[in-house]
Ligand binder design. Structure first.
Ligand code: DAS
Length: 332
């Protein structure tokens, strides 16, 4: 008896063909993706379905909340694991949301392709096969959501797309991959120390969070507009270890009194500092003014975490505690 794996497709390059003649667009269904790779039948009993059919920039957090509920239903109905295929542009965001929302030991694997099916060396079939092999494996149980491409296995919480075209685009700059594929067998070399779960009521509403990247000479005029535009929170990708031009400090302070404002780094790796620099706009100054430290989470992930915590009705203090305890091992 082979393990059951649910494959849910959402479009992206892996499913794109040149149907309209202008350029490739997502057209292939989940069923078509699976039937193109006969080797999958040796790894798992697959049920495939098309959950969405879009370029990955069209997906919303609402779509991902629905997807997490569908995966949970499939796992509770007997699936040993789930595979999601989608565009690589937002894979790191989908994977992070699923990691937070799917509270099951069954592996959830997100994959896609960098070379579409019309190109020589298209990587979709190999990535899909590897993803099914990981989802079907005992080795990956309990690990949470992972991204599998190019024969590497990355934990959702640290993975990033780092290149516009290269099939080796997915990296985890802070930690490296948690495992790899060897002759069709998933090897899990390490596990994240702790899983985080956010429970959402079925009728919980979207709480939009803005993401702003700081730059040299930034005068912070957009920060002053965040409340008026209807956002429920803000993440700033600050300079270096968590620094903002002093010109932005007053507007950040006023906004942090109204809604959660999270301080992340635009560098793409490392933690936001806590106790090194003391100048106006430094991390010490901004944290004293009520900003929340994103720790090792980059802006994209901090935005999703904050948005889902707000959607779950989490208080300001609990939000702060979740970010602050991100790297603490599970209490026993
Ligand atoms: N970059 C393309 C892809 O990887 C488009 C998208 O993200 O949907 O699928």
């Amino acid at each position: 008896m082979l393990p059951e794996v649910a494959v849910l497709s959402m479009g992206g390059t892996i499913s794109s063909t040149n149907a309209g003649g202008k350029g490739v667009e997502p057209t292939l269904t989940g069923e078509a993706l699976v039937s193109d790779v006969p080797e999958i039948a040796d790894a798992a009993e697959v049920s495939a379905a098309s959950f969405r059919q879009a370029a990955s920039g069209e997906l919303t957090i609402d779509d991902l909340v629905e997807l997490a509920a569908e995966i949970t239903r499939r796992v509770d109905g007997g699936a040993s694991g789930a595979v999601v295929t989608q565009g690589t542009d937002t894979i790191e965001e989908t994977a992070f949301v699923l990691d937070l929302l799917v509270d099951r030991d069954a592996p959830v694997v997100v994959t896609g392709a960098m070379r579409n099916p019309t190109l020589p060396g298209a990587d979709g079939p190999a990535n899909l096969l590897a993803a099914v092999q990981v989802a079907a494996s005992e080795a990956a149980r309990g690990i949470g959501t992972v991204v599998v491409l190019n024969d590497e296995i990355h934990a959702a919480r640290y993975v990033k797309k780092t290149h516009t075209e290269n099939p080796a685009t997915f990296k985890s700059p802070l930690t490296g991959p948690v495992g790899w594929m060897s002759e069709g067998t998933p090897r899990i070399a390490m596990r994240p120390i702790r899983r985080h779960h956010i429970a959402l009521a079925p009728d919980a509403q979207d709480r939009p969070v803005a993401l702003l990247k700081a730059s040299l000479g930034d005068d912070g005029r957009l920060i002053g507009e965040i409340g008026r535009l209807g956002y429920a929170g803000l993440v700033v990708e600050a300079l270096g270890g968590g620094h903002m031009p002093s010109r932005t400090v007053e507007s950040l302070t006023s906004l942090a009194a109204e809604m959660p404002v999270v301080l992340a780094s635009r560098t793409g790796s490392g933690e936001v500092l806590r106790r090194t620099y003391g100048f106006p706009g430094s991390e010490i100054d901004l944290l004293d003014r009520g900003l929340i430290n994103a720790g090792p989470l980059d802006g994209l992930k901090a935005r999703l975490l904050l948005s889902l915590l707000l959607r779950a009705g989490t208080s300001r203090d609990e939000i702060q505690a979740t970010f602050d305890s991100w790297l603490e091992p599970e209490s026993r």
